[in-house]
Write a protein that binds this ligand. Sequence first.
Ligand code: SF4
Length: 172
Amino acid sequence: MPVQRLPGVHTGQSPADVQAEVERGILTSTLGRAVAWARKQSMWPVTFGLACCAIEMMATGAGDYDLARWGMELFRASPRQADLMIVAGRLSQKMAPVLRTIYDQMPEPKWVISMGVCASSGGMFNNYGLVQGVDTVVPVDIYVPGCPPRPEMLMYGILRLHEKVQREGRFK
Ligand code: SF4
């Protein structure tokens, strides 16, 4: 059977070499790459929605879009069991300390996606009541634009995050 691609395991080998290894039943990698591959294929998002963007996030987790294909259909109610925070919607000044507390309770390694223009920059809400960029509260790995971003856009952001996690694994 021809090998089109090996999801996530980037060994730096040519496709022909990989094909030969698969046929022999052997696949080589580094421990760092293998750990990064496992991490990106089993991210669990924390259940956390702030505003209208959260509806699109919930739709992304439903059957039509099927986050289960990446092992991340389980939105966790406890931050201690989650390693991905999707900041879905505008963040009020009052809610900012709560968001930071939830982030602090998540174990390392952990990642953050800022979903929608409100989370990333305050969007149309240029006023003192809302945080003008969630990256002033938690470190953000991926920004997803739009108002609201469609599930496909969030999934694109998730895939970019997967690439980032896999890239970081190259240096370990
Ligand atoms: S970006 Fe749009 S959809 Fe998302 S929270 Fe702001 S106003 Fe709502």
